[in-house]
Write a protein that binds this ligand. Structure first.
Ligand code: ADP
Ligand code: ADP
Length: 220
């Protein structure tokens, strides 16, 4: 589902943020991406989302070589990818429902479809009873669940997360990881950047380690 073939990324005036990255992630996998700050985790995720272009090599997503995706094709490409951020980036003056609905509204779904899909997504993350709540009235863990519901509401094939448990305590972090596992079990390919080694090494999934922009064996 996700293939990197000798990918390199150098930012303007920068050193190499990624070098010689070759890796394949199958459709049925949940994979962790770890490494110290600055190792290149976010850059790798941004290449998948086409927020950045590689300097060298090829990125192939669901059979599509991203080099062939022009600027106007980027929104369609992103519809296949849900993204979860550490700070979840919720709109604070909108209800839980409206936050989760946002990607569908932007994509032009009709009202009835939006209602059905938003409630299905909220149900999956256990927040259906809170659909009318404002995000500020929710706990940190609940807010991250809203972020996850929003990421999956359009049924993406791929779910990316950048430090999704960075602000949560260990118990809540474990619950959030269980949610990602549940989406993986229904067929979503999941890639999670995390430096929480204590947590991710307990879970039985492949761990990719970046060190100064290169994939290395073992832990950071
Ligand atoms: P991580 O997510 O593992 O912390 P990043 O991918 O954010 O790592 O960063 C990898 C390297 O690329 C770092 O040296 C960082 O400073 C650099 N970098 C990241 N984004 C940019 C950018 N927009 N412009 C220039 N350099 C960047
Ligand atoms: P960062 O927070 O790492 O600096 P950017 O500023 O480059 O990220 O991204 C701009 C915004 O675009 C992000 O805050 C995010 O809300 C949005 N965005 C980017 N890619 C996607 C995507 N694939 N799906 C949904 N939203 C996205």
């Amino acid at each position: 589902m996700i293939t990197f073939d000798r990918v390199g990324k150098r930012y303007a005036e920068g050193h190499d943020a990624l070098s010689e990255i070759s890796v394949e992630i199958r459709q049925d996998e949940l994979v962790f991406l770890t490494g110290h700050s600055g190792a290149g985790k976010s850059t790798l995720l941004r290449l998948i989302m086409l927020m950045e272009r590689p300097t060298r090599g090829q990125v192939i997503i669901d059979g599509q070589n991203l080099a062939a995706v022009k600027a106007r094709g980027i929104p369609r490409h992103r519809r296949n990818i849900g993204v979860v951020f550490q700070n979840h980036q919720l709109l604070l003056d909108r209800t839980v429902f409206d936050n989760v609905a946002l990607p569908l509204v932007i994509a032009g779904y009709d009202q009835r479809d939006i209602g059905r899909r938003v409630r299905a997504a909220l149900d999956k993350v256990g927040l259906l009873p809170r659909e009318r709540a404002l995000p500020v009235t929710l706990s940190g863990g609940e807010q991250q669940r809203v972020g996850i519901a929003r990421a999956v509401v359009a049924r993406p094939k791929i779910l990316l997360a950048d430090e999704p448990t960075g602000n949560l305590d260990p118990a809540l972090s474990a619950e959030i990881m269980q949610l990602f596992e549940a989406f993986n079990q229904v067929g979503v390919t999941v890639l999670i950047a995390s430096h929480d080694l204590a947590l991710i090494s307990r879970l039985r999934h492949r761990i990719l380690t970046l060190r100064e922009g290169r994939l290395v064996g073992g832990y950071p």
